[in-house]
Design a protein around this ligand. Sequence first.
Ligand code: MN
Ligand code: MN
Length: 272
Amino acid sequence: MFIHKPLLLHEVRVEMPDPVFAEKLLEQYGGATGELTAALTYWTQSFHVDNPAIRDMLQDIGTEELGHLEIVAMLIEQHTRRASQDVQDRAFRSTLFAIRGYGPHLVDSKGLSWDGRYVNEGGELARDLRANLAAEGGALNTYEQLIRMSSDEGTRNALVHLATREVAHTHMFMEALRSINKLDQPLFGDLRPDETVNLYFNLSSGQDADQRGPWNSEPAFSYVADPLQRERQEHANKAGSNEMQLGTAPAGHQAPGQGPAPGVGTGTPEKP
Ligand code: MN
Ligand code: MN
């Protein structure tokens, strides 16, 4: 069940109401990275999870996000409806509030209706927790932009709290992933990957386009410097193995599955 208490998780005291800024705040009310999206995402995900501790975490965080939705609603209300008559007049400089009236609406900063397709959930725990890392990152980034654009002290304080909690949630989701050994394991589920799982294809090549980093180097990856050459070699091998089945294998042919895949390892930087 849900019980609502009219107590805010963080105080909201807007000193200088600004209806144009309130329009931007709508991004965190009815927008893709907003609190409604977060609340409904974690809530829905929780019913897919057998692990009772992680289910509880998703429901705790989902409910906290509803509390955030309340804070954003109060901010928007104070930036519009609770403002002085002078500022209320200014509210009508904002097309959105002029048409829809004061206070929050389920639209984003451009007036686009909230959409259930913002919710990212798929019923697999590792997949969902990773989606949540991206969701929290999106929320944090939006709050950072809003804090940058806000000149009202009370608004900034509330926004810093909301942004801080998204950092905390990110950390919680990371620890949950770690608890199921999926924080740094790209693979989940029952897939038995093929032989390309550790290959990096240098498909965008040319000047400044052959950059190297841990994402394409040993020990995690074999760097395929020339994927086209590798592909040709693969085709040649396949043709060769067909010929071999007919008893006409060319001399020196190496059957697939023996030795490194063609083109693999070329261009790998030498160890210092
Ligand atoms: Mn939140
Ligand atoms: Mn969050």
